[in-house]
Design a protein around this ligand. Structure first.
Ligand code: 5AD
Ligand code: SF4
Ligand code: FES
Length: 354
């Protein structure tokens, strides 16, 4: 086919130029997509195997000091009922998750300074004693705070760039500085966190050139983890009316996942909840074209619907803990297996994993 050369190059050297990536993202050719997804699935098997890692997500506060244009948790969204969990409550959820076999606890919140460094450090220390890996996803903080949390035992940190295009970044993030955000991710790596970045696909003003650049940056910065999800407009945000074709956005997100898998080789890549929200079966599709991680929602039911980053989020109605067996079934149905290890980074930086 027309794409034979690019696919052969991808297969053989697992790399492409930015312009070539954009060409693939632009193409709307079912035959190309089929071959690209098959290749990404092969590379996933080669570099990270058949195991799927479950990361238990606790969304512990939806307060946020920022006003990112796309996000339902933005400060100026006055329609959202805000909640905070106490450290005791967070710990008890982590304990119950651990008893259900969860080996990674992800503590996620809006940018909420109510939790100071020491409070979170004590909580991390307590959760680490359960013998699980701890991932933080609490946004931009001072380097000193990151160090305190690393010393308390936190293993990983998620802080997405959201877009690696400077201009698009500044349009979407009235409170943020592009370089500061990049430096934060570099600092997190230097401090010894397994570090996750990622982007949103289908943002207003975003082009396939921007996405191709994101993928090259994932590769260049050699992140341990990369989260890729579709933009889902939230009606109570300034971008609430920006609806685009769902099938196009789905395909674009899956192609981004597939190309990211091939170019970054052994990064951990989640099949995101946002993709499962965009279309039924979206996470399964991602698992078949490069993804190897799932994030069961373990937020207490009373708060779950209030953590409304985007509307229509799946897993809101289920019983607490139901996502775990549901995901096990999903994974086994696909002929894969749920990992029985904490799924640390496969990048060989000399890091201490506890
Ligand atoms: N659609 C999709 N993803 C979103 N996020 C925030 N708002 C949206 C939205 N409207 C993502 C960001 C953030 C993560 C917690 O949620 O990538 O990092
Ligand atoms: Fe706050 Fe994060 Fe949402 Fe931005 S994306 S408004 S920092 S929760
Ligand atoms: Fe949450 Fe299926 S993954 S209910």
């Amino acid at each position: 086919s027309k794409w034979k050369n690019l696919l052969e190059k991808l297969s053989a050297i697992e790399d492409l130029e930015e312009e070539e990536i954009a060409e693939i993202l632009d193409a709307q050719d079912p035959e190309l997509e089929k071959e690209l997804f098959q290749l990404a699935d092969q590379k996933r098997k080669k570099y990270v195997g058949d195991e799927v890692h479950l990361r238990g997500l606790i969304e512990f506060s939806n307060f946020c000091r920022k006003n990112c244009l796309y996000c339902g948790l933005r400060k100026d969204n006055k329609t959202l009922k805000r909640f905070r969990m106490s450290p005791e409550e967070i710990f008890s959820v982590a304990e119950r998750a651990h008893r259900l076999g969860i080996q990674t606890i992800v503590l996620q919140s809006g940018e909420d300074l109510h939790y100071d460094a020491k409070t979170l450090a004590e909580l991390i220390w307590k959760i680490k004693k359960l013998g699980v890996a701890v991932t933080l996803s609490v946004g931009e903080r001072e380097e000193e705070e990151y160090i305190i949390w690393r010393e308390a035992g936190a293993d990983r940190f998620l802080l997405k760039q959201e877009t690696f295009d400077r201009e698009l970044f500044s349009k979407l993030h009235p409170d943020d500085d592009f370089d500061q955000r990049l430096r934060c991710q570099q600092k997190l790596m230097e401090i010894g966190f397994q570090t996750g970045s990622g982007n949103i696909v289908g943002l207003p003003w975003q082009t396939t050139k921007h996405l191709a650049h994101d993928i090259k940056m994932f590769q260049k910065m050699d992140f341990d983890m990369i989260g890729i999800g579709p933009f889902i407009p939230h009606p109570s945000t300034p971008l609430g009316q920006h609806h685009t074709d769902t099938q196009l956005k789905l395909k674009l997100t899956l192609k981004t996942v597939a190309l990211t898998r091939i170019l970054t080789k052994n990064a951990h890549i989640p099949a995101t909840t946002a993709l499962g929200t965009l279309v039924a079966g979206g996470r399964e599709l991602a698992l078949r074209c490069g993804a190897n991680v799932l994030m069961p929602n373990l937020t207490p039911l009373a708060y779950r619907s209030s953590y409304e980053i985007y509307p229509g989020k799946i897993c809101i109605q289920e019983n607490w803990g139901a996502c775990i067996p549901c995901m096990k079934k999903m994974v086994e149905k696909m002929g894969r297996k749920v990992a029985t290890n904490p799924g640390h980074s496969l990048k060989n930086r000399s890091r201490v994993h506890s």
